[in-house]
Design a protein around this ligand. Structure first.
Ligand SMILES: [Zn+2]
Length: 155
């Protein structure tokens, strides 16, 4: 057996594919509460650090700057701003989409982090665009990020 340093993973035996789509991540305590709020109250919540005041979206248990425990939750509202985006022309299996789909990282005012989601009701997109979450009807929500149907431009 030889041991050598691998600098290019594509030179090893590998799969190119979309395996990530099939991973299941556990939500953790903060994640569970985040999705429960979204499902039951239609609220997008952040967790606020009691020491340095940073608001994290999605919420987490501890502040990454000062390690304080985050117990105060704040409603960051449904409106945010597109921080970055991509336009998908292929679906997850590599098939051409009938209509390109826009995905964006949406940031909320005064909050650290953001949510990656689909942008709907528009053919144009730009960094800095103001968007708002469109929630699924209550009966269709399942305590997942897809309880938000998509974000659309704020009119
Ligand atoms: Zn902190």
């Amino acid at each position: 057996m030889s041991i050598e340093k691998i600098t290019n993973p594509l030179k090893t035996r590998h799969w190119l594919g979309n395996m990530e789509a099939h991973y299941v991540y556990t939500l953790g305590v903060a994640g569970e509460r985040f999705f429960k709020e979204l499902k039951e109250n239609g609220r997008i919540m952040g967790a606020k650090c009691p020491r340095c005041g940073i608001v994290y979206v999605p919420p987490r248990m501890y502040c990454e700057k000062c390690f304080a425990k985050l117990e105060e939750w704040v409603d960051v509202g449904r409106k945010g701003v597109i921080h970055t985006f991509t336009i998908a022309t292929l679906d997850i299996d590599g098939k051409k989409l009938e209509k390109p789909e826009i995905y964006a990282l949406i940031k909320f005012e005064g909050a650290h982090g953001g949510i990656i989601h689909k942008i709907g009701e528009t053919d144009t997109v730009f960094i800095g665009m103001k968007v708002e979450a469109v929630l699924k009807p209550f009966e269709e929500r399942k305590a997942s990020i897809n309880d938000i149907a998509y974000f659309r431009p704020v009119k």
